[in-house]
Write a protein that binds this ligand. Structure first.
Ligand code: MSP
Length: 646
């Protein structure tokens, strides 16, 4: 029998030390799908990686005094750690700086050139450097990038072009004949109406104005323009165009490229055309999912509205965060992130529904049967209803998972969980327990609940890799066969007379009001107004603007806590011959004793204000991070107070 294979990919990420919960969304979805297929017995390859070339990286590295490779190496280490914290179990992590990828891209470029699909010409046009994308006048209206809104630059340079226009007709036919190629359907329409119908232009695939990229072997002044470099990762990762392409032969074409909606056009138009030119099969599906948004706008580092997944994982555990991402946002559409929505999901679905079902079931077996799971006796009609629902749930979950309707799949599982909780309320085991003649009935209920939990633990495994373990430990399931996906299709497999181990509560209940207050402190979600302010803040300032601020070194000579406040310190700071009184909200981080003698940096020309009735004649500078740490800015050598800082 031929082995069933499944190849799924995420986009390769730009090296960014602030990958946020939005980025994690694509990866969590791909990981969930890969885990699901593994459970279903497929031989799975799950690819992720990093897109490391381009002018932006070159510039950033330079500004830090680093070589580009040195700079990206540090970030990639961090990204891998993030994925490990999120339990992302990828099979291949491709870096576009990997030797294997570089040489395959060079071969591909040469092949396309030799066969006339790449030719040399001049590029004159508009380029968005942060997005590393060229635009036509029509696309970049008012010379603003249509993707990020920043200014585009006018560029003219010698460049190689890929004959994208040659493939227009074949692409149109392919999309028409393969209705599931671009999903969801709305994205397919977008591609046809916005890109194919207006007509495809040839694509610039090389640059000479910067160096950080893969050199074109036969014309080394040119480097391969980043999308040709990036997209080919999906085949070079499997060894295509290398000495060993066994995996390529086995896994290509990909079953699905999972991508965010803004990069569907690269995957659904440019990538298939490149593959057509190479004579390689096309991926089976491009799935463009929606964004996780905040107040309707995409999370982005420059807007300052990013949510750090690590902060959430440290507080609620990785399974809760993964659950939230895939439950809250119907895959394909945009979903709004708020601290309230996160906490309410965790509390209602995980603590109240699932957590409660586990602790009630195990608790009752412990109480009524001394912890020994009783023999199933006879079937009552209400039990049959649960059994039938279990079988039906599995079928529906499978259907949804095949279409990557994660939220619907979870909703099915939770309907079953809720039904089980209701079954407890309906059968009232605590009343049956008082009547010896009802012992058999009670035993039955305990068995039905435990068996349901066994099945639930399998169904949630792709989404929540850790929780099933905790459920199985409590139910004392030792036989691995009882954890296989196939075993969900039969109700009644759980061993009887097994000792149940009452364990810790798997999802503790949350005091929502208190928790939201706490979380609001850690994760600041800007309101639309604040976002606008943030954008203004991100605008560049001139040196004259900077010169308006007087920064000086000051020595703290006295410091005390402000009476009646648990935040404020009042410091007397010597700046030259002047003593300034400054009130600052740093008591949580520094005691008055810590402060005395420090050489701090003071803004000396701020308008005085009164804080809690006390005059404050300036500001002490400090750095704070999103994890709630604060550190004063000081000078690192002894220098006299009053020295100017610039
Ligand atoms: N390097 C390119 C992809 C090249 S693939 C050959 C790229 N990288 S990225 O780092 O900017 O984005 C990676 C993925 O994260 C994209 O699919 C993008 O849509 C996704 N997300 C980034 N922010 C997001 C949200 N706020 N919400 C959901 N996904 C988002 O694009």
């Amino acid at each position: 029998m031929q082995e069933k294979t499944f190849y799924i990919t995420t986009p390769i990420y730009y090296p960014n030390d602030k990958l946020h919960i939005g980025h994690s969304y694509t990866t969590v979805a791909a990981d969930t799908m890969a885990r699901y297929k593994k459970l279903r017995g497929y031989d799975v390859k799950f690819l992720t990686g990093t897109d490391e070339h381009g002018q932006k990286i070159e510039r950033t590295a330079k500004s830090k005094g680093l070589e580009p490779k040195e700079y990206v190496d540090g970030i990639i280490k961090w990204i891998k750690e993030l994925w490990s914290t999120m339990d992302i179990d990828y099979d291949i992590f491709l870096r576009t700086t990997d030797e294997k990828h570089v040489s395959a891209v060079q071969k591909i470029f040469k092949k396309l050139y030799d066969q006339g699909d790449i030719y040399k010409g001049y590029y004159e046009g508009l380029y968005c450097s942060p997005c590393e994308t060229f635009f036509t006048e029509r696309q970049a209206q008012n010379h603003k990038c249509p993707d990020c809104g920043r200014d585009v630059e006018s560029i003219k340079e010698e460049a190689y072009f890929f004959k994208l226009s040659k493939y227009q007709k074949r692409l149109e036919e392919y999309i028409e004949n393969n209705p599931n190629f671009i999903m969801p359907k709305t994205r397919q329409k977008e591609m046809i109406n916005n890109f194919l119908k207006p007509g495809l232009e040839d694509l610039c695939v090389s640059r000479t104005s910067f160096k950080w990229g893969i050199p074109v072997t036969f014309d080394p002044d040119h480097i391969v323009y980043v999308w040709l470099d990036a997209l080919t990762n999906y085949i070079t990762a499997l060894g295509a165009y290398s000495d060993d392409d066994t995996e390529y032969k086995k896994f290509w074409p990909a079953d699905v490229h999972l991508v965010g909606k803004e990069i569907v056009r690269f995957h659904a138009i440019i990538w298939p055309a490149i593959l057509m030119a190479l004579g390689e099969p096309l991926p089976k599906q491009i799935y463009g999912h929606g964004w996780l948004v905040i107040n309707g706008s995409k999370m982005s580092k420059s807007k300052g509205n990013v949510v750090n997944p690590i902060v959430l994982i440290n507080r609620y555990g990785v399974d809760s965060v993964r659950y939230f991402l895939l439950r809250e946002v119907p895959f394909g559409q945009d979903g709004n992130f708020t601290n309230e929505s996160l906490i309410s999901r965790i509390n209602s679905d995980l603590a109240n529904d699932l957590g409660n079902l586990v602790s009630r079931t195990v608790g009752m077996i412990d109480k009524y049967f001394d912890g020994i799971l009783p023999e199933k006796q006879k079937s009552l009609s209400i039990d049959k209803e649960i059994e039938d629902l279990s079988i039906k749930t599995v079928i529906n979950v499978e259907n949804y998972m095949e279409q990557m309707f994660f939220s619907d799949a979870l909703s099915e599982i939770w309907n079953f969980i809720k039904r089980c909780n209701k079954y407890i309320d309906e059968t009232t085991p605590w009343i049956l327990a008082k009547d010896e003649s009802k012992k058999e009935e009670l035993a039955n209920i305990m068995y039905i609940l435990s068996e349901s939990l066994r099945i639930i633990s399998i169904l949630i495994e792709p989404f929540m890799p850790n929780t099933p373990k905790h459920i199985r430990e409590q139910l004392n399931i030792k036989d691995e066969n009882l954890n296989l996906w196939e075993s969900t299709k039969k109700f009644g497999l759980l061993d009887r007379k097994v000792k149940i181990t009452k364990g810790e509560i798997i999802f503790p209940r949350i005091d929502i009001k208190k928790e939201i207050e706490e979380l609001d402190k850690l994760i600041k979600i800007p309101t639309t107004k604040e976002e606008e302010k943030e954008e203004v803040k991100n605008e560049l300032i001139s040196i004259d603007d900077f010169d308006k601020i007087n920064l000086k070194v000051g020595k703290v000579i006295e410091c005390e806590k402000v009476e009646g406040s648990d935040k404020l310190l009042k410091s007397k700071i010597k700046v030259n011959n002047e003593i300034k009184q400054i009130v600052s909200g740093i008591y949580k981080y520094y005691s008055p004793q810590d402060m005395i003698g420090k050489n701090v940096i003071v803004v000396t020309n701020l308008k005085p204000v009164k804080l809690r009735g006390i005059l404050s004649e300036g500001m002490i500078l400090a750095a704070s991070d999103e994890n709630g740490n604060l550190s004063l800015c000081t000078v690192d050598k002894d220098i006299i107070d009053g020295s100017v800082v610039k």
